[in-house]
Ligand binder design. Structure first.
Ligand code: NAD
Length: 295
């Protein structure tokens, strides 16, 4: 069992840290939200007054933060963790950020002999709670080998995508596809309901037909069709519209840099931005269904 510090206990990080505690690791947690920290302490984690204090004695540090600027703030600069961590400490960042930001942190870590890996996740809050996340890792093979047994306490599928930043590239591609699928699923459901169909019946038909996809299988966006998903609790919790918009921005920036064409991704980005601009940024991303006015 390892001594692990987990920083960022939000919708995803909270249940991920909880699974590390359940697996018997010695876990210290830190978050700017005191409530998030208290919930983990109640489950057996330790805590500290600052991120710097929380990482003291850690063999492994894991971060699960909203965006690139938070990751840079935590790791880089004079007060950043890389300046204080001993050489050899395994550092894993599971936030979804730009590949070049991940590479920048990896380089700064390498200069201090600290093995770093980008390891963004897929599977949503449900996957985080169930410990069935998919981890998409970028970094050296040796670092991947060290990280794998720790990630296994939080995930089921653990992929090594390639060198530093590769995990983020794969994650960005996946989330762009997810946004397109969620918007498309919402659109199809709205059209069917306009024609008088029951959304649950239509969902079941499409699930078993060629339009079947992850949104229909485990994350239905229509209120009341599926139990336990954000759509059935007013789109609270889950994966925020603001975070999906961030990820679509990462895909767009990456496409511009690489002269790649992403017309569907660009359209999805516009739809989610429009939706966020209408005051829905802190709702779950499946609330894109509201753009098609089901309620
Ligand atoms: P969240 O906003 O719920 O949680 C982020 C947490 O980080 C918050 O508790 C916040 O207080 C904390 N935080 C921010 N800055 C901090 C700092 N400097 N020090 C300590 N704590 C700090 O976000 P989330 O939904 O858990 O997502 C986290 C990351 O995972 C994002 O990059 C997101 O894109 C990605 N992601 C989310 C989902 C999902 O379904 N929610 C799925 C896959 C990936």
């Amino acid at each position: 069992m390892a001594t692990i510090t987990f920083i960022g206990l939000g919708n995803m990080g909270g249940p991920m840290a909880s699974n590390l505690v359940k697996a018997g690791h010695d876990v210290t947690v830190f978050d700017l939200s005191k409530d998030a920290v208290s919930a983990l302490v109640a489950e057996g984690a330790k805590t500290a007054d600052s991120a710097q204090q929380a990482v003291s004695g850690a063999e492994c540090v894991i971060t699960m933060l909203p965006a690139g600027q938070h990751v840079e703030a935590v790791y880089l600069g004079d007060n950043g963790l890389l300046a204080t961590l001993p050489a050899g400490t395994l550092v894993i960042d599971s936030s979804t950020i730009a590949p070049e930001t991940a590479r920048g942190v990896a380089e700064a870590a390498k200069a201090r002999d600290i093995p770093f890996m980008d390891a963004p996740v897929s599977g949503g809050v449900g996957g985080a709670k169930a410990g069935t996340l998919t981890f998409i890792c970028g970094g050296a093979e040796e670092t991947f080998g060290k990280a794998r047994p720790i990630l296994e306490a939080m995930g089921k599928n653990i992929f090594h995508a390639g060198e530093h930043g590769s995990g983020q590239v794969a994650k960005i591609c996946n989330n762009m596809l997810l946004a397109i699928l969620m918007a498309g699923t919402s659109e199809a459901l709205a059209l069917g309901v306009k024609n008088g169909l029951d959304p649950a019946v239509l969902s079941e038909i499409m699930k078993q037909s060629s339009g079947g996809n992850w949104a229909l299988n485990v994350y239905n966006p229509w209120p009341g069709v599926m139990e336990g998903v954000p759509a059935s609790r007013g789109y609270e919790g889950g994966f925020l519209v603001n975070l999906m918009t961030k990820d679509l921005g990462l895909a767009f920036d990456n496409a511009v840099k690489n002269q790649a064409s992403i017309p569907m991704g660009a359209l999805a980005r516009n739809l989610f931005q429009l939706h966020a601009g209408q005051g829905n940024g802190t709702l779950d991303f499946s609330s894109i269904q509201r753009l098609y006015k089901p309620e």
